[in-house]
Design a protein around this ligand. Structure first.
Ligand code: ADP
Ligand code: MG
Length: 312
């Protein structure tokens, strides 16, 4: 668990707090997306978790231990860090980049080598092709995969990701979001991901932390935030289509009723989102959809009314 205990950060020669009395608890295994306007203190918060910055007051605890009292090497091993511009060492091959932390903590060559192959496989890169390349010989998306692999090298319990997809083209970004999310779930990490993209926060976060001017405005599930924004700022930040965004978080199965006697003719899967369902309903001006399982069996009926009332 990560606990930010009334953390304030004021940079030297600055009048205002970069982070202002931030009090936040992140449960083990959870992914928290931190979001807010540029300059609201997201990066500073993240860098206080891995002690690249020191709080002016308050404490950061990881599993009950103050990071100020944990040695740097231990933090490097237990907290992976991914940043937007990747931060790969340009003169080092991909394999050496990934080996940074394993070398630092004294792994032998055999163990490190095995881990490099395993990680490159995990992030969808061919070790035989990639190991000896230099960062500039890779695409932006590939570099981000390597940065991610490097952060995972010593199997840290915590991953900090600061706008990891910020410099990636939109199509690659969506693919990386999906893949990274799956990998992080599978290896059950505690994740803090900073983003300025609401869609990304909704997609990646089990919880969203919304910040403004160094303060935490709201910390809750994406669904709860979209349903009940804490104030006008959050409401505006979420945008006028927040009710529609929320439909993308609700599964068809939770809103459907029993199968009707007459098929609607157009079907959708039970684990699809109500957002997709609404799109189908509007496209053909339907009264509802048949809900069909993977094997083709009809398992329910989703009426237009059920979709429209789901957000109440
Ligand atoms: P975000 O990541 O949300 O864009 P930051 O944490 O980078 O925000 O910055 C928060 C505030 O602290 C901003 O006003 C920024 O200008 C200031 N700041 C960030 N880093 C430094 C620094 N090293 N020295 C002085 N001020 C800084
Ligand atoms: Mg930042």
């Amino acid at each position: 668990m990560i606990r930010l205990d009334h953390v304030t950060k004021t940079y030297p020669a600055s009048e205002r707090h970069a982070v202002d009395d931030l009090d936040l608890e992140i449960e083990t295994g959870m992914t928290v997306a931190m979001i807010g306007p540029s300059g609201c203190g997201k990066t500073t918060t993240m860098r206080m978790i891995n002690r690249l910055e020191t709080p002016s007051s308050g404490r950061v605890l990881v599993n009950g231990r103050d990071v100020a009292e944990t040695d740097q090497k231990e933090l490097r091993r237990s907290i992976g860090y991914v940043i937007q511009q990747v931060g790969l060492f340009p003169h080092m091959t991909i394999e050496r980049n990934i080996a940074t932390v394993p070398r630092l903590i004294g792994w032998d060559k055999v163990k490190t080598d095995r881990r490099i192959d395993e990680l490159l496989d995990l992030v969808g890169l061919d070790p035989a092709v990639m190991r000896k390349r230099l960062p500039h010989e890779l695409s932006g998306g590939q570099r981000q995969r390597v940065g991610f692999a490097r952060a995972l090298a010593a199997d840290p319990a915590i991953m900090l990701m600061d706008e990891p997809f910020g410099a990636i083209d939109p199509i690659t970004r969506v693919r990386l979001q999906d893949e990274f999310r799956q990998i992080l779930k599978r290896v059950s990490k505690t994740v803090v991901i900073v983003t300025h993209d609401l869609e990304e926060a909704i997609k990646m976060g089990d919880r969203i932390a919304i910040m403004r001017d160094g303060k935490l405005l709201q910390y809750d599930t994406p669904e709860a935030i979209l349903a009940h924004p804490a104030d006008e700022f959050v409401k505006n930040f979420l945008g006028p289509d927040r009710a529609i965004k929320r439909l993308s978080l609700i599964e068809v199965a939770s809103a459907m009723g029993p199968a009707g006697s007459r098929p609607a003719g157009v079907s959708i899967g039970p684990s699809a989102s109500l957002h997709s369902a609404l799109a189908l309903i509007l496209a053909d001006d339907l009264a509802g959809l048949d809900v069909k399982a993977d094997d083709g069996a009809t398992v329910g009926y989703l009426s237009r009314e059920a979709v429209l009332s789901a957000h109440r």
